[in-house]
Design a protein around this ligand. Structure first.
Ligand SMILES: [Zn+2]
Length: 280
């Protein structure tokens, strides 16, 4: 699932390419993915692109927003005359639109925005800007790294929880934006066993983990996100963070820090990768 660095990569791309465009038409092939009325956004201009956790907000100039959540395999791809010849990743389905393109936005200047989704868990919602904060997804979002998640807040959240630290890191209601990839890598970087109870971390470990979270997210963003599964950026190109995974996906590979071997276990129902020798 795309996490903070992937969605932020997408946001930056949309900010660059989509802002200023007018929406001329909306074609919906899978109705459960597109929620709300297309009529409310036709004729509106894109003002700004925002992100909350793993959610994208396309702000329009008529008081409406388009809110997008990619969930597992959603993709948002922009094409116009200038970008038409750019090579598209195979992960985009070879050509656009294709059988996984469920929503197509026709824009002015012969541009298009495509919403693809192989697994169809994602959604695109039309909502009044004034109602945005009432969406459960936003209302329940915890503080976010680089925004309102300070070290003090992080320590406070940790000190109140008995669940495994990795499960806590991924709980969007307590901390927004972190999923399986960056939770695994942050815990590896901080040298902390993912199974440990959150409140049993020492203040020193909490600080280390806080800094590790910021560092792995920064790295994810620096490499344009991770495209180990379906993520691609707004131009349909892959990110590179998968080449820099610290622990995620490295089952039975040698640990990069000690002579140990990365193991895969299940924590909170999710595949968890860690080095039993140096993560304590
Ligand atoms: Zn190790």
């Amino acid at each position: 699932m795309p996490e903070l660095p992937e969605v932020e990569t997408l946001r930056l791309g949309l900010q660059k390419y989509l802002v200023g465009h007018k929406i001329l038409d909306v074609k919906v092939n899978v109705s459960k993915i597109f929620q709300g009325s297309a009529k409310d956004i036709i004729g509106a201009k894109v003002k700004e692109i925002k992100r909350v956790g793993k959610g994208l907000i396309i702000e329009l100039d008529n008081g409406f927003d388009l809110v997008i959540h990619l969930k597992l395999t959603g993709q948002v791809i922009y094409r116009d005359k200038k970008t038409a010849d750019l090579k598209l990743s195979d992960k985009a389905g070879g050509q656009l639109p294709n059988k996984f393109t469920h929503v197509t936005f026709a824009l002015d200047s012969d541009a298009f925005l495509f919403y693809n989704d192989v697994r169809r868990f994602g959604w695109v919602k039309v909502i009044k800007d004034s109602k945005l904060s009432e969406l459960p997804f936003f209302k329940e979002m915890g503080p976010e790294p680089f925004k309102d998640l300070t070290l003090e807040k992080f320590e406070d959240i940790i000190s109140k929880s008995l669940i495994a630290i990795k499960v806590l890191l991924m709980d969007q209601k307590r901390i927004g934006g972190i999923g399986n990839i960056y939770a695994n890598d942050a815990l590896f970087l901080a040298g902390i066993d993912p199974r440990r109870k959150a409140k049993e971390l020492s203040p020193d470990e909490a600080k280390k983990l806080y800094e590790a979270v910021l560092e792995v997210l920064k790295n994810g963003l620096k490499y344009g996100g991770a495209s180990d599964v379906d993520f691609i950026n707004v131009l349909g190109q892959e990110g590179k963070y998968q080449d820099y995974f610290l622990a995620y996906g490295k089952n039975q590979k040698k640990c990069s820090r000690c002579s140990g071997t990365i193991e895969k276990i299940m924590v909170g129902g999710r595949g968890t990768y860690f080095c039993p020798a140096c993560q304590r």
